[in-house]
Ligand binder design. Sequence first.
Ligand code: FE
Length: 206
Amino acid sequence: MDNKVMYSLSYGLFVLSARRGDKDNGCITNTAIQVTTEPNRIVCAINKSNYTHDMVQETGRFTLSILSEEADFELFKRFGFQSGRDVDKFAGFESHVKRDGDGLPYVTRGANAWLSCRVVSATDLGTHTLFLADVLDGGTISSAPSATYSYYQSHIKPKPGAAPAPSAQKRWVCKVCGYVYEGDELPADFICPWCKHPASDFEPLA
Ligand code: FE
């Protein structure tokens, strides 16, 4: 099977945030959908390598900030391209953050709505955990259209080679998210730090 057929599925884009003690964290995800209306429930799949995953598993709570077409690449870099184990992703971002009734953060910049959720059940999917969650609260942030994954690919992700870095090193681009790896050789076991896809989803940049 040509795995590219999977690219035709449509997805939204979200910042999924959690709070444990005084620690806020969040990650980019494209896997959140409403599955029932009565009760109002969604499912989210979170990669186990994300620090946010462990926080959601332990606290049973998270928020979703539904990203709009006004989201910029800096937002994706902030929440998708670094780990909450190493940095405070919300540092310097305070003016773009609000909190739900329990103090969980959600993002207001580049988002058009937010949801506050409580985990009902968790299913082990191997690389990911699938969380089924009740939607407890939510609100509208802006009227901008929700960003689809394909909108991200065509309008938000930087065009490869548009502004080539002055580097003698070879470069590979992740076909899924646009992350560019620089080095002598792309390691066979390389995992995209952003979208967690394997080296087979990278292609060389001229
Ligand atoms: Fe990627």
